[in-house]
Ligand binder design. Structure first.
Ligand SMILES: [Zn+2]
Length: 300
């Protein structure tokens, strides 16, 4: 978490509704950060939040993908690589049903694990990420040295590339200007192109069950949290939703135990007991609900 003073924090409104729409307070967190909910559309909005430049600085720091801490970025992105790859493979199988080949861009490509799986399925792959460390790793993918940009989706637009599929997994909730961002996605997509989006779902059972301990109430990273209805609102009129699914993910036992332990002190005691009695479970891979929604949308 970057050092931040109260006076730097910025108040946000609903990006999907008319200016001036009322927000109701939902949860408050340390250092003055809080989530509010739009009365009109139900979108969860981090307000106050970090100014965009400060957030970008934070994602660019080397610790983002290896923070060693479940509250910041990714605790150990590389150690969990087999789980990420397997999850991406499953998700790409869904993409393949709607667009079985062509050029694919992964926005927020991290270390390039999704791109590697997509390449194995025959896609012509490109990626972009704001983290220089992530970009350096993704460029090691054979033949991809000049296909990975350091920057944002605007950097890709400036290159003149157009694609058939845009993937963004665990990215949309970080985007400060969602409508502008989707506008650029529409510009980059060829006619009939597919947008594949995975983002935390405020309509999920996991959110209802976890309350204020929901893992996706992630401050200061997740600036907006959506459900199926407000995603449809954000996508319209440039995109038409063609399918939605409840997202699942592969995770090692220790990762899932950390998430469970964070829910309640009693859960923490139970989880630690199970880990003590069955230590092998920590390294076992599970396929579980992630509390996110998968959306496939076609460019109109
Ligand atoms: Zn709204």
């Amino acid at each position: 978490m970057p050092d931040v003073t109260q006076s730097e924090l910025q108040f946000a409104g609903c990006p999907l509704c008319e200016a001036g729409t009322s927000l109701d307070p939902l949860y408050t967190f340390d250092r003055g950060f809080g989530y509010k909910v739009c009365r009109e559309c139900g979108l969860y909005i981090l307000s106050p939040r970090l100014p965009f430049d400060r957030a970008r600085e934070y994602y660019r720091s080397g610790e983002y993908y290896q923070s060693g801490n479940h509250d910041i970025g990714y605790a150990a992105y590389e150690r969990d690589a087999p789980c990420h790859r397997r999850t991406f493979r499953k998700r790409l199988e869904m993409v393949r049903k709607f667009h079985p080949g062509g050029k694919l861009l992964d926005v927020g490509c991290g270390y390039g694990y999704l791109l590697e799986e997509a390449r194995n399925m025959g896609y012509d792959c490109f990626g972009v990420d704001v983290s220089p460390e992530a970009v350096a790793r993704a460029r090691k993918l054979p033949g991809h040295e000049d296909r990975i940009w350091e920057g944002t989706i605007e950097t890709v637009r400036a290159s003149g590339l157009t694609v058939d599929v845009i993937c963004m997994t665990d990215l949309f909730e970080h985007i400060y200007e969602p409508r502008d961002f989707l506008g650029v996605c529409a510009e980059l997509l060829n006619p009939g192109g597919i947008l594949f989006l995975v983002t935390p779902d405020t309509g999920s059972l996991l959110r209802r069950f976890s309350g204020r301990h929901w893992v996706s109430l992630k401050v200061p990273e997740h600036v907006y949290l959506y459900n199926k209805q407000n995603l449809s609102r954000a996508l319209s009129p440039r995109f038409k939703m063609v399918a939605t699914f409840r997202a699942k993910q592969y995770g090692y036992g220790y990762f899932l135990f950390e998430r469970l332990a964070a829910l309640h002190p009693i859960a923490r005691v139970a989880v630690r007991t199970v880990q003590y009695v069955f230590p092998a479970l920590d390294r076992k891979m599970f396929y579980v609900t992630s509390g996110s929604i998968i959306v496939l949308a076609r460019k109109e």
